[in-house]
Ligand binder design. Structure first.
Ligand code: GLU
Length: 217
């Protein structure tokens, strides 16, 4: 199999040691397999991720000698692509609008997993069209995926086999914020899928947030 690795920083600041380690390991792994190595700037949240920080990260990578193949895609310029995949999910009946406030989501009564993450309680899962219309008058909704009752398993190169029951350990998650900005969870999967990425090296903090679906639609 032809290896395609990638480094996909969110430029919310200057490169830090965690980024350097991640980039170095991803680059070494791809290059030692004679594979391609891609660089993608994950600047979906343009307020937090200005172009000036992206430029500095790119300069630092050049200085470190970590080279990449092809053009650098900026996620902030790919809204139309994410909208296409959002439409596909909507057509499949997998999306619904969510009007919950951040405070409501993190209320003490919300179910918390042992690591402190909150599984969405499904408050807006089954709103009627009338209820949705009524709520829309007061607040713009975020968009959530209705996860199926399914257990997924993948093998991580460091942690081994990882299994998660979507409804219990992940819950319905947001793919687009109420201000229209797409969430990392959708964009990263679309971009990795479309660019044919075969291996991902990323921080441990993201271990539980990722499962790549088949994007061949
Ligand atoms: N953009 C993410 C970050 O900088 C990492 C993305 C990924 O590796 O999937 O934290």
């Amino acid at each position: 199999m032809h290896t395609i690795g990638r480094f996909a920083p969110s430029p919310s600041g200057r490169m830090h040691l965690g980024n350097v380690l991640c980039a170095l390991l991803a680059w070494l792994s791809a290059r030692q397999q004679n594979g391609e190595f891609l660089l993608r700037i994950e600047d979906l949240d343009e307020m937090r991720c200005p172009r000036s920080f992206a430029d500095l990260i790119i300069d630092d990578l050049r200085w470190l000698g970590l080279d990449w193949d092809g053009e650098i895609p900026y996620q902030s310029e790919r809204t139309a692509v994410y909208e296409k995949y959002e439409a596909i999910l909507r057509e499949k009946g997998l999306l619904y609008p969510c009007f919950c406030s951040r405070a409501a989501l993190h209320a003490a009564s919300a179910p918390h997993l042992s690591d402190g993450r909150v599984v969405y309680a499904g408050t807006c899962r089954d709103l009627t069209p009338e209820q949705v219309a009524e709520k829309r008058r007061k607040r713009a909704p975020a968009t959530r995926v209705r996860v199926p009752e399914r257990t997924i398993t993948f093998t991580d190169g460091v942690y081994g086999e990882y299994t998660e029951t979507l409804t219990e350990e992940c819950g319905d998650f947001i793919i687009r914020r109420s201000d229209g900005v797409f969430a990392y969870q959708l964009a990263v999967v679309v971009d990795d899928g479309l660019s044919g990425v075969t291996e991902v090296v990323r921080g441990h903090d993201l271990h539980r947030q990722y499962a790549a679906p088949d994007l061949a639609v």
